[in-house]
Design a protein around this ligand. Sequence first.
Ligand code: GLN
Length: 448
Amino acid sequence: MSVKENISSCIERIKRDKTNSFIEIFEKRALRKAEGIDSRLASGDRNLPLAGEPVAIKDNMVIKGEAAGCASRILEGFVSPYDAEVVTRLENAGAVIVGRTNMDEFAMGSSTETSAFGPTRNPVDMERVPGGSSGGSAAAVASGLVPYSLGSDTGGSIRQPASFCGICGMKPTYGVVSRYGLIAFASSLDQIGPFAKDMDGIEKIFNIIAGKDEKDETSREIEKLSGKKGKLVCGIPKEFSGSSPEVKEVFDKAVKKLSRDFEIIDVSLPSTEYAVSIYYIIAPSEASSNLSRFDGIRYGFRAESEDLIDGYFKTRGQGFGDEVKRRIMLGAFALSSGYYDAYYMKALKVRRLIKNEFDSAFQKADVIISPTSPRTAFKLGEITDPLSLYLQDVYTIPANMAGLPAVSIPCGKDPAGLPVGFQIMAPRARDIFLIETAKKFEAVFSNE
Ligand code: GLN
């Protein structure tokens, strides 16, 4: 089959999708790119590791000449004048970007229910959420519409939906994948990463998108160092308790299987108790600053208004959804004079403590393991109060605070048949080692 035929059958599949995973299919562009790859292959080009592979990207990464909108009304009509670095790298490797996927508005959420384009459903159970905020990207891979997709993870938005949909998802070390062309939420935490059905797929995409990019000053090289001699030591943080009984049972069983080949020890990360609290100071603070550029003048949506000031109020009032407005207000408050030291500065100090505690835990353990999420996929509309939703990220946020690489891989199902995700965290820049370890664990979990 030619690449063009393969891509057009992929697009037909996406058109029949019932999960609302995609906001837009880039049909014309994808078919044009597919033709280009067919002719490169015909002329003997062997330098295309992803030749003709369809990839979907989350709606917060930009492609030249195409719309991108963070699933928000405020970016209505915006067309990007440039390509995100991840897009350039994927396309150079021969991948075909087939469309942009649904997400929580501006990546704020854990269920993909805050999208201006309606919620995405979990293909494992259509009454349930796929997790979020990269729910569309996770659901698209889980239902077999595409083999790979990209998400972004600021506090768990790749790992938690991977866990809810029963697939693999990776948040690389902060800086290992360029954020150039990722519409910012919280710049000191945001990181792009891949979804795939297995760790081989994760590795394939990671190898293409990772590495220094001079257009992102925080970007860095990956450490090629891998393996280690002797028995691998896995640390379980004693503070990561509080999972639902179903998740606990599946996780404990998975750990038991691992204990045949690996050493399991307890570690302590006392300050992670405050991780969710400080996340909801740091992330909204950065968001309130990043999102100030959406003023109705430079990008997308502009409300009818009397004058300039009225225009700002109306555009932002109508363009942003409730959760985004809540975050902007939280952030503006935390940064305001008189409160800055009490909230933002203090949160940064706790963040440093969390980093240090991980560093000492990694003196004893090679990787740190936990459930990805304290529970399995919940029903659409089941969790409505913001605080309960925020608490879904207790196990994923600490890795963002410390900038660590982390993956979620499936480790079993609860009695209702819902997938349970297993999180593995590794020291900063040890992404390759993390992938190797996750492959070993994946083999153990899928062996029975
Ligand atoms: N659920 C978290 C939030 O709402 C994390 C989101 C993310 O990682 N983008 O902010």
